[in-house]
Write a protein that binds this ligand. Structure first.
Ligand SMILES: *[C@@H]1O[C@H](CO)[C@@H](O)[C@H](O)[C@H]1NC(C)=O
Length: 215
């Protein structure tokens, strides 16, 4: 009986893991038809006979993003929203620009593992393992170094130099999604009740209100 329960649990875990990745394509490609009103998992396909090289092309990743903001950070995404040929293919690319000491704030990609490579500068990266360990794995990367943020874990990047920094990441989803921790917790609409947040963070209401006012 016990071994049956264990076998069932393993099977359930395997199914959950399999479901965490994007389904395999059933055709060569499925160029996204942004104009379709159909609601499906992903985007509906253009007639494949209408596919053009332009549907598989994005230009502009050589251009630096604007980092004149409080984070000193900019994201230039190339997901299915910018590149229709990515639809159903389970991959995307992003360019990050960092002002000196700029940061990518703590965030999670709910649908993708990320592999980052530094093109310019020195970038500290880190992610935190899930409960109960909550272990921070962090490192300073130099130009040419690569690091992985496993799917669904909270992570960050920080330019630890006095010059600009640039990195590029590939992500294992056409639509990785982003959950910014501070915005989700303190900037939700409508706001999460103070009672929930004061108990969750073990601080007083004024601290919560102060944080809510910023996000
Ligand atoms: C960069 O962003 C800032 C703040 O939004 C804006 O004032 C500035 O004009 C932008 N610079 C460029 C070159 O677009």
């Amino acid at each position: 009986m016990e071994s049956q329960i264990i076998a069932f649990c393993l099977l359930a875990m395997a199914c959950t893991l399999a479901m965490a990745f994007e389904p395999s394509p059933l055709q060569d490609f499925c160029v996204a038809d942004y104009t379709s009103s159909a609601r499906v998992n992903g985007l509906p396909c253009l007639d494949s006979k209408l596919a053009q090289a332009e549907h598989f092309t994005y230009s502009g990743l050589h251009l630096a993003g604007n980092t004149s903001n409080p984070l000193g950070f900019s994201v230039t995404p190339v997901t299915v929203a910018q590149l229709p040929g990515l639809n159903t293919l389970g991959i995307a690319l992003v360019r990050f620009d960092y002002a000196p000491w700029g940061i990518a704030p703590l965030h999670v990609h709910p649908r993708a593992t990320e592999i980052i490579t530094v093109l310019e500068g020195s970038i500290q990266v880190g992610f935190v393992t899930s409960n109960p360990d909550n272990k921070l794995l962090s490192k300073v990367l130099q130009k040419g170094d690569v690091f992985i943020f496993p799917m669904g874990l909270v992570h960050f990047q920080r330019n630890v130099g006095n010059g600009n920094a640039v990195s590029i990441s590939a992500l294992s989803s056409q639509n990785p999604g982003i959950v910014i921790v501070a915005s989700s917790v303190f900037g939700s609409v409508p706001g999460i009740d103070d009672d929930v947040l004061t108990k969750a963070f073990q601080v007083d209401k004024s601290t919560i209100d102060n944080l809510k006012a910023r996000f």
